[in-house]
Design a protein around this ligand. Structure first.
Ligand code: GLN
Length: 480
């Protein structure tokens, strides 16, 4: 047992640490990271000698019993380099903890390793990191998805009991699907964004990537809740998500949106997802076809509004306050050279696109119009949720693709087609494994719910997971 401690789920690890201590868990992870990370590069930074924990003078609950959580590299940790996997933030050491970090530490958790990602969370493959790409633990020739690819791959390969990611257009759910783990994007406003380095401020949410649904509920108990430091965080009661888990979907009305079962959706994925719907039906859910008519516009709207917000958010990285500064004596040249040398190609593309859609003369045609269509998409969801309690779809149109396979930005952007609508509408959504392709890659099932109804999502996901009991594990794991 002790040799295999790294295999524990978060819930099991917390129990183990309560009965024994967290020290053997940390040792097991250290060895596991040393053995596996060189093959997949999921963990960007980790100091085996330094485990971050709450200040001993602060009151700490025993909740997590010293168990560590891995953190995406865009969530600020006081005193620890945090770079968004970008060269421009190399050497940036935040002077404060993000709200979610404070919450983990206050719950008795520890921090152990920061996860690689697409630069500034721009991407769906984790290939744009300035610190080397991440590989998928199921097949190291494939991408792990993105942008939280490091978080998903770390959890899938047992280098972390659980991780935090962030999701602006699918960055928790799509890598969860590609790596065969559970990923939850909470309702916009459910989890504080304070200390999350912003990409698209009206979309971004932090959420858990875990080995199973129960662990996602456990981590949500730790991170959810109102925070006055984030003006978009909402003050509504947070239920006990773990207590809310039960094996029951009787009477739940689940809708399959017509617009999500389209050309371009891989046949094996469609089959697996439709089977999942059948399974839920057998367990007592009512399944029906629904419409979300503006879905075809989602990708276009997202790549206008999200890049507009990104271009504005990234304006602050100019070599003056944060991280990297180009070596030149002229001030204007310093701004230009810092941004020229510091940002990667995809970041530059988004800054240019975003600046364009916000510029005078184009604002009405692009940004304003984009916002109007976003409202129509929100209305689609509101209407659908009058008829059903949950919406079921594939998480991504394909399983993990090969490293280097998607070379034009548009084909990369289209891989977010099923995850983006939930961000546009601000509704919560979860991805969980529902099968494996004939090539041995995991398939993700997505469930979307009403605002602040994460509990219903988790309950349905838990019921489904318990019923199908998937056994397959990634190769890196079975090879040890
Ligand atoms: N892949 C999407 C993008 O590139 C979503 C990224 C994210 O959610 N951070 O924008």
């Amino acid at each position: 047992m002790t040799d295999d401690l790294y295999k524990l789920t978060l819930t099991e690890a917390v129990r183990f640490a309560g009965e024994n201590s967290a020290a053997p868990l940390l040792d097991a992870l250290r060895d596991r990271v040393a053995a596996v990370n060189p093959k997949i590069n999921a963990i960007l930074r980790f100091d085996p000698k330094r485990v971050i924990q709450a200040d001993p003078r602060e009151t700490v609950s025993t909740g997590l019993n010293g168990v560590p959580v891995a953190i995406k590299d865009n969530i600020c940790i006081d005193g620890v380099e945090t770079t968004c996997a970008s060269k421009i933030l190399k050497g940036h050491i935040p002077p404060y903890h993000a709200a979610v970090i404070q919450k983990i530490l206050a719950s008795g958790g520890t921090l152990f390793g920061q996860c690689n990602m697409d630069e500034f969370a721009f991407g769906s493959s984790s290939e744009t990191s300035a610190y080397g790409l991440v590989r998928n633990p199921w097949n190291t020739e494939c991408v792990p998805g993105g942008s939280s690819g490091g978080s998903a791959a770390a959890v899938a390969s047992d280098m972390a009991f659980a991780a935090l990611g962030s999701d602006t257009g699918g960055s928790i759910r799509q890598p969860a699907a590609f790596c065969g783990v559970v990923g939850l994007k909470p309702t916009y406003g459910r989890v504080s964004r304070y200390g999350l380095i912003a990409f698209g401020s009206s979309f971004d949410q932090i959420g858990p990537l875990t080995k199973n649904v129960e662990d996602a509920a456990l981590l949500m108990n730790v991170i959810a809740g109102h925070d006055p430091m984030d003006s978009t965080s909402v003050n509504v009661p947070v239920p006990d998500y773990v207590k809310g888990l039960k094996r029951d979907v009787k009477g739940l009305r689940i809708g399959l949106p017509e617009e999500f079962f389209i050309e371009g959706l891989d046949g094996e994925i469609e089959k697996s997802v439709r089977q999942a719907a059948e399974t839920l039906k057998r367990l007592g859910a009512e399944i029906k076809t629904i419409q979300l008519p503006h879905t075809p516009q989602s990708v276009a709207v997202y790549y206008i509004v999200a890049v507009a917000e990104a271009s504005s958010n990234l304006g602050r990285f100019d070599g003056v306050r944060y991280g990297f500064r180009a070596d030149t004596r002229d001030l204007k040249d310093m701004y230009l050279q810092t941004r020229e040398q510091g940002f990667g190609a995809e970041a530059k593309r988004r800054i240019l696109l975003g600046t364009f859609v916000l510029s005078s003369g184009y604002y009405d045609a692009y940004y304003l119009k984009g916002q109007k269509v976003r409202t129509l998409i929100r209305h689609d969801f509101a209407k659908a949720f009058e008829e059903v309690d949950l919406i079921l779809s594939p998480t991504a149109p394909t399983a993990a693709f090969k490293i280097g396979e998607k070379t034009d930005p548009l084909s990369m952007y289209l891989s977010d087609i099923f995850t983006i609508p939930a961000n546009l509408a601000g509704v919560p959504a979860i991805s969980l494994p529902c099968g494996v392709t004939s090539e041995g890659l995991p398939i993700g099932l997505q469930l979307m719910g009403r605002h602040f109804e994460e509990e219903t999502l988790l309950r349905a996901a838990y019921t489904f997971e318990k019923e199908i009991q998937l056994k397959q594990k990634p190769q890196v794991v079975s090879a040890g």
